[in-house]
Design a protein around this ligand. Structure first.
Ligand code: NDP
Length: 380
């Protein structure tokens, strides 16, 4: 795995209750230390951002992705800004408050989260929690009357996705999934080459994504993760297959890889290979692993091929075609993704990565697991 797709080095142990029960601690804003000077300057920052017409985002779950990628990206976004945080860890609340100038009133824990409905600074809630918690917090965000971005995978079951979509629709709020690669030039080029048939029709695709996972992390806990590397990184290969082909799969076969460490991987697969059948007989092979470093996607077409290696990084993609090397600027994917959503909200135009796309992918993930379990081809 590439270095820039790294996960929380602290590798928190399960200090929370497993499942959807939120921890019970007092409202953080009531005991976050704060001088009047800090508060005044934080409020001034918020006023300035609002005056610039930006939408306020609250990040929920201050782990590796929120801290390493999203909060830094929100320092350079043009249409949105970091207005609030939701965390179960008081130390993080203190640290983020000081680092990013967040007023005490914009800091929540999982219990006080619903009070966010009364906070006019927060327009968008971005759920960056372990996978099985996405549904609960997206639905609560919708009930609070906020627009929502939800990290991938959108949920661990299709019925959860349905509830999330319905809650946002009912609230009249937009729902988007954190599919950052739809805003990344190399992956966009793969989609263009495939859908515009630049090398003729795509015949075959092959995606691989994996990294060695540390023991004890929530990603290895089925209740929190919903599955293993397929849920976490395999989803990128599925996404790439769909946007490169410009189509959704119709059937799938899959096979679990061997478990080299049955204790570490007692809950989830260590690796998994699958074969998606796309319309027109196009085949998309995939592999996801928690023991092998892999990060590539390749498409073979009638008159040539095109490939990214690495394909799914936060930055540093390399792309080649049978004719030439790709050459695109490096961009901040998270900045683009969040700005695009903020613009969608402002202009009331649909997100290009909506909840419905997240649902489609969860359906595919579930079909792959069913094919793996049964050894049979599963129609999607
Ligand atoms: P982390 O483990 O680093 O962070 C998750 C955070 O969730 C924790 O730090 C904690 O924050 C909070 N949390 C609440 N309850 C629990 C619990 N029971 N167990 C563990 N954490 C809990 O995970 P990541 O940031 O890597 O991943 C979060 C989500 O983001 C996942 O859905 C993942 O798939 C997605 N992701 C997406 C990426 C992308 O490129 N789009 C990249 C990486 C992750 P606190 O202490 O503040 O309460």
């Amino acid at each position: 795995m590439s270095n820039d797709y790294s996960f929380d080095s602290s590798r928190r142990k399960f200090i929370y209750n497993v499942g959807l029960t939120a921890i019970s601690i007092p409202v953080l804003s009531s005991f976050v230390k704060s001088s009047k000077f800090d508060e005044d300057s934080s409020r001034m920052r918020i006023s300035k951002e609002k005056a610039a017409g930006k939408l306020g985002i609250a990040l929920v779950g201050l782990g590796s992705y929120a801290g390493g990628q999203l909060a830094p990206a929100l320092q350079s976004t043009a249409h949105c800004y970091l207005a609030g945080i939701v965390t179960g860890t008081p130390d993080k609340a203190e640290k983020w408050k000081a680092q990013y100038g967040i007023p005490a009133a914009n800091i929540y824990d999982y219990k006080s989260f619903d009070n966010i409905k009364n906070n006019p600074d927060i327009d968008i809630i971005y759920v960056v929690l372990p996978n099985s918690m996405h549904a609960e917090y997206v639905i609560r965000a919708a009930h609070a009357g906020k627009h929502v971005i939800c990290e991938k995978p959108m949920a661990i079951t299709v019925s959860d996705c349905d509830k999330m979509i319905a809650a946002c629709k009912k609230a009249g709020k937009m729902l988007s999934v954190g599919y950052r690669l739809h805003f990344e030039p190399y992956n966009l080029e793969m989609a263009r080459l495939g859908t515009e048939k630049v090398f003729g029709a795509v015949k075959k695709m092959d995606g691989k994504f994996g990294f060695p996972a540390e023991a004890g992390i929530w990603r290895l806990n089925k209740e929190l993760a919903g599955g293993g590397p397929l849920m976490d990184v395999g989803i990128y290969c599925i996404q790439a297959s769909c946007y490169t082909a410009g189509a959704d799969p119709i059937a799938v076969t899959a096979k679990e890889g061997p478990k080299t460490d049955p204790v570490k991987f007692k809950d989830v697969e260590e690796s998994l290979t699958w074969q998606l059948e796309m319309p027109g007989g196009v085949i998309a092979d995939g592999k996801a692993s928690y023991s092998e470093g892999m990060n590539r996607f390749r498409a073979e077409a009638e008159k040539g091929w095109f490939e990214l290696n690495p394909a799914f990084n936060y930055s540093g993609q390399k792309g080649f075609t049978s004719n030439a090397k790709m050459d695109f600027p490096r961009v901040n994917q998270q900045e683009r993704q969040m700005d695009a959503f903020a613009q969608s909200v402002k202009s009331k135009t649909p997100s290009i990565v909506p909840g419905e796309m997240g649902r489609r992918d969860v359906k595919i993930l579930q079909a792959i697991y069913e094919a793996m379990r049964t050894g049979k081809k599963v129609t999607i």
